[in-house]
Design a protein around this ligand. Structure first.
Ligand SMILES: NC(=O)c1ccc[n+]([C@@H]2O[C@H](COP(=O)([O-])OP(=O)(O)OC[C@H]3O[C@@H](n4cnc5c(N)ncnc54)[C@H](O)[C@@H]3O)[C@@H](O)[C@H]2O)c1
Length: 252
């Protein structure tokens, strides 16, 4: 459905590509002023250029979500530049881990948790503070790995279970304050992360598609659509939910 986010300010982390870019573009197309955060300056600036070329409003702030000062700075930017923070999508994440159990590395575990887990924690902390007294909506990007174990991915699976856990805990705490907090839990999505994991071959892409009952992996737009729905008033009674969008993967 067509959403109207006119007059709203939306922050999207990890918006330099993939799901985050698609989400930032969708919010801007629906009238929101969008703050694009990413560690990649190139990716973030490209997203802003894509939005402004279509007449939308957006600005980029380089932000490593694992760093408290970066996170506070991007939230401050939203409030100072556009007057408020109404919507936040905590999407930045990494998924580098494809080693068999015996080769799991502690530094990979720590890096994954610094970005996927601590990043969401730091972002929610700063965003909720900015939304206090006014209300707002937060959508965290979890994963199929928030609701199931994924082979060779213990740290990623733990981090995405943590994202759903933090979503539920914070949602309960702030429901009466008018801050709605939910998560999306995607299956395979055609982005850089998926390519990093399975490679670029046609066979690999076909195998990922075949693993999903839908017969395909998701497009980033499939996930962006659900994020906009969770951020909009039409989902006003949805609180602390992890919306699985996985082409039927977890229904098997
Ligand atoms: N693609 C999939 O199959 C899939 C499935 C389930 C969940 N997810 C989740 O979706 C989210 C987005 O991933 P994507 O698939 O769009 O991949 P992507 O690699 O295209 O996008 C991730 C973005 O996050 C940015 N980023 C990485 N570390 C960061 C940090 N420390 N601070 C800020 N930005 C950072 C990257 O530069 C990149 O632009 C992630 O949380 C990922 O775990 C992806």
């Amino acid at each position: 459905m067509a959403h109207d986010f006119s007059g709203k300010v939306a922050l999207v982390t990890g918006a330099g590509g993939g799901i985050g870019r698609s989400t930032a573009e969708a919010f801007a197309a629906a009238g929101a002023k969008v703050v694009v955060g990413d560690v990649s300056v190139k990716g973030g600036e490209e997203t802003v250029a894509l939005i402004t070329a279509k007449g939308g409003t957006a600005s980029f702030v380089r932000c490593d979500v694992s760093q408290d000062a970066d996170v506070q700075a991007i939230v401050d930017h939203a409030v100072k530049t556009y007057g408020a923070l109404d919507i936040a999508v905590n999407n930045a994440g990494v998924d580098p881990e494809v080693a068999p159990e015996a080769q799991w590395k502690l530094e990979d575990f720590d890096r994954i948790h610094a970005i996927n887990t601590r990043g969401v924690f730091l972002c929610m902390k700063a965003e909720i503070a900015a939304m206090q007294g006014k209300g707002g909506a937060i959508v965290n990007v979890g994963s199929f790995a928030s609701v199931a174990g994924v082979v060779n991915k213990p740290a990623y699976t733990a981090s995405k279970h943590a994202v759903l856990g933090m979503t539920r805990a914070a949602a309960l705490q702030y429901a009466r304050a008018g801050i709605r907090i939910n998560a999306v839990c995607p299956g395979g999505v055609k982005t850089a992360i998926l390519v990093d994991n399975v490679g670029t071959s046609a066979e690999a892409a076909a195998a990922v598609g075949a693993a999903h009952p839908a017969g395909r992996a998701a497009e980033p737009e499939d996930i962006a659509e659900a994020i906009l729905w969770l951020a909009s008033p039409v989902s006003g009674f949805v609180i602390g939910h992890g919306l699985v969008i996985d082409g039927g993967l977890s229904a098997q």
